[in-house]
Design a protein around this ligand. Structure first.
Ligand SMILES: Nc1nc2c(ncn2[C@@H]2O[C@H](COP(=O)(O)OP(=O)(O)O)[C@@H](O)[C@H]2O)c(=O)[nH]1
Ligand SMILES: [Mg+2]
Length: 291
């Protein structure tokens, strides 16, 4: 677990944002759109390395640092090279980012490369907003087009079901500026700490007395008598929870149970666009001391 972020003291209010995605999905166009908006105050600052230029934005009092993901422009770059580079740039940016906007091409839909970049984003612990760009190119749209697209996208990226989706057009500017409030909200969620009393109450209702009765939690291999003793929040950025268990032999909690806890946490608290980490820790069973 990496808690280093809690110890450094950067500009507290500044949200570090990475716009990531495969080549030609429109990352640069989105960036240019953001920089070109009247409401946006822009100040380019030199990054730490020669090729990295980060940009500061301020919109309605909120500061953002746009992490550069442009990479090296070179003529005659093969598609394969460009794709590899987009992954490298994404990973570099994700290292420093709080929130990632994952850009998908509306015409091409979700590809393997999109899914693999998404995987790195989840690993990094960033909050994620999915931007479906080039929405202007989707023909004969009606009221159900966006939701149909989203269903298909969700199906291909099941592991990202908590990330909000927004359809945009960097070409026309449609909804591009709407990304920023979503980014802000997703960043807040990533910093969310649930109070102990709220978490205890959550535990009471969802673990000890869930609908259909409490009792043992399902362990791997169907072993019973595995008990979940308590739940704590161990950290933020992203929020991390620990379920303390006892009994039940060697296996841990079944992944479906961890999934259940995650879904309940998401249903009851505002973890909008933020990944959650849920871990299990076994409590050593106390031996009764004979007197
Ligand atoms: N129709 C349309 N074209 C777009 C849109 N966004 C970007 N493009 C075009 O897609 C191509 C790649 O865009 P670019 O921003 O360079 O993508 P990047 O490689 O992800 O940075 C360019 O020709 C853009 O003009 C959009 O919303 N609609
Ligand atoms: Mg670009």
């Amino acid at each position: 677990m990496d808690f280093t972020e809690d110890f450094e003291e950067p500009d507290e209010e500044e949200i570090k944002l990475a716009i990531i995605g495969r080549p030609n999905v429109g990352k640069s166009s989105i960036l240019n759109r953001l920089l070109g908006e009247d409401r946006v105050i822009v100040s380019p600052i030199a990054g730490t390395t020669r090729d990295a230029i980060d940009t500061r934005l301020e919109v309605d009092g909120q500061k953002f640092l746009l992490i550069d993901t442009a990479g090296i422009r070179r003529k005659g770059k093969t598609t394969e090279m460009a794709e590899k580079l987009s992954v490298i740039m994404a990973r570099k940016a994700l290292d420093r980012a709080h929130v990632a906007v994952l850009v998908i091409d509306a015409v091409e839909g979700v590809t393997h490369l999109d899914a693999s970049i998404a995987g790195y984003a989840i690993e990094s612990g960033c909050s994620i907003i999915i931007a479906v760009n080039k929405w202007d190119l989707v023909e004969e749209k009606d009221t159900s087009t966006a939701s149909a697209f989203e269903r298909n996208l969700r199906d291909k990226m099941k592991f990202l079901d908590w990330a909000p989706v927004v359809t945009i057009s960097a070409l026309s500017g449609q909804r591009v500026l709407r990304l920023l409030p979503l980014v802000e909200k997703a960043n807040e969620a990533r910093n969310l700490r649930i109070t102990t009393s709220k978490l205890n109450e959550f535990f009471e209702r969802n673990v000890l007395q869930p609908k259909g009765g409490g009792g043992s939690a399902p362990g791997k291999g169907g072993r019973s008598k595995l008990q979940v003793r308590y739940l704590t929040q161990a950290g933020i950025r992203p929020p991390m929870f620990v379920l303390f268990t006892s009994g039940g032999g060697g296996g841990g909690l079944h992944f479906s149970y961890l999934r259940y806890i995650e879904n309940r946490l998401r249903a009851e608290f505002e973890f909008f666009g933020s990944p959650l980490r849920i871990k299990e820790r076994k409590k050593k069973t106390k031996r009764t001391v004979r007197r």
